[in-house]
Design a protein around this ligand. Structure first.
Ligand code: PLP
Length: 408
């Protein structure tokens, strides 16, 4: 009896610990999930279990290691099924940045001489910088609408004109949450035999992934949706037999040498399955909470703007141009009130100059300097959004004169 109670307690301990850390996160009102999300309970539980029970090197020559290898391949199959691609295309990586660099390097090496690559200017810096470094003067910049959307028709025309070897457009923007028409773009690229590269780091785990396998290249990062940090996924093109992220071992079908992080992969895939089968069903309700938040902010802060308001956006993200004051002051004041938000992409924090995403959307530098990004998680509730709207109204009096505020 005692033994059974002890066992039950042991099983519950990790869950209780993760519930406690979730309570802690909710207490501080964490609204920066697009920078990184807290480890989700399912991911934490699987990560600890696999570290305890499946820690052997999958390449070692005995049964326990072979069983880890079988589980690693099962995780690959699961992920591939949800993305709609063959498991052989899936390479586990350290995150989206590694993937972006590898894809751009591969395109630079394998595209026919003179073939150009069209890139969306609102991409994450890991795609922009890698594209500039590896592809240099072969780049063509796509136009976006004022809402930050790439037009599939414009891309189709560009492809029809000839000379393009690849197109890079993300699935969802990390600063604004704006969704891109990646399905249409993938089809257009297929029609014109150009490669389509899609950074899905902010889409995976938030919206259904089905169909993403239609893109030739896809990248993602586990920590953006509640998996562990330092783990990611890359889907390679069907015909990219000579694609290598690194050399020196036969891991990942010889494409990425180095001992695999099976606990990290297992935790990422477990949380991804959880998101795909349960969490994404909550999307409609979450969009409504986000919209109510936007209405409340506009009512309380006349002159506040929602970036990309005319476009389809992630349920969790709002980029707000505030009516006055510098964004760093808003972020600092909100932090004092217990709300963690960001001025934009975490990677860009501390860099000089306004956001390149807002610049591409034709926001003046002055307006862009008044932008903050709030990004919720699945554990964020309607009441949290309401409290954030109230906090913005309260902070407004600290950042600028009180006559700019209407009481909520
Ligand atoms: N792509 C997008 C859209 C992102 O938001 C991020 C991170 O902010 C990345 C790529 C890079 O992800 P990681 O830092 O995990 O490599």
């Amino acid at each position: 009896m005692k033994l059974r109670r002890r066992r039950t307690l042991e099983t519950l301990r990790p869950l209780l610990a993760s519930a406690a850390s979730m309570v802690e996160i909710c207490r501080v009102h964490y609204f920066d999930h697009n920078a990184t999300a807290p480890l989700a309970p399912v991911a934490r539980e699987v990560w600890l279990r696999t570290h305890d029970r499946a820690w052997q090197n999958p390449s070692s020559p005995y049964g326990a290691a072979a069983r880890v290898k079988v589980q690693l391949d099962a995780a690959r199959e699961n992920l591939a099924r949800l993305l709609g691609c063959r498991a052989a295309r899936v390479v586990f990586t350290s995150g989206a940045t590694e993937g972006a660099n590898a894809v751009c390097a591969h395109l630079a090496r394998t595209l026919p001489p003179g073939a150009r690559v069209a890139v969306n200017p609102t991409e994450h810096p890991c795609v922009l910088e890698a594209a500039r470094f590896f592809l240099g003067d072969r780049l063509v910049w796509l136009e976006v609408t004022r809402d930050g959307v790439v037009s599939p028709r414009a891309v189709d025309n560009l492809l029809a004109a000839g000379g393009l070897g690849a197109v890079a457009v993300m699935a969802a923007n990390n600063e604004t949450g704006v969704l891109q028409p990646w399905r249409e773009l993938a089809q257009a690229c297929r029609r014109h035999r150009a490669a389509f590269f899609c950074d899905a780091a902010q889409w995976l785990g938030k919206l259904p992934a089905a169909g993403l396998g239609a893109a030739d290249w896809v990248i993602g990062s586990a920590h953006k949706f509640g998996g562990p940090k330092g783990v990611g996924v890359l889907v390679a093109a069907e015909d990219a037999e000579d694609f290598h992220l690194s050399r020196g071992g036969e891991q990942e079908h010889g494409r990425r040498a180095g001992t695999e992080d099976f606990p990290g992969v297992a935790a990422m895939v477990a949380e991804f399955v959880e998101a795909e089968t349960k969490k994404v069903l909550l999307e409609t309700e979450r969009v409504r909470w986000r919209e109510e938040f936007e209405r409340a902010v506009r009512a309380a802060l006349p002159g506040a703007e929602v970036v990309g308001a005319g476009a389809e956006r992630l349920w969790n993200t709002v980029s707000l141009i505030l009516p006055h004051g510098d964004n760093t002051r808003w972020v600092a004041r909100l932090d004092k009130h217990g709300f963690q938000v960001s001025t934009g992409s975490a990677c860009a924090t501390g860099k000089d100059g306004p956001s390149h995403v807002l610049a591409a959307m034709r926001f003046s530098p002055e307006r862009a300097r008044r932008a903050i990004r709030v990004s919720a998680g699945w554990e964020t509730m309607e009441a949290d959004w309401q409290k954030l709207a109230e906090a913005l109204a309260a902070v407004s009096t600290e950042v600028a004169p009180s006559d700019a505020v209407v009481k909520l």
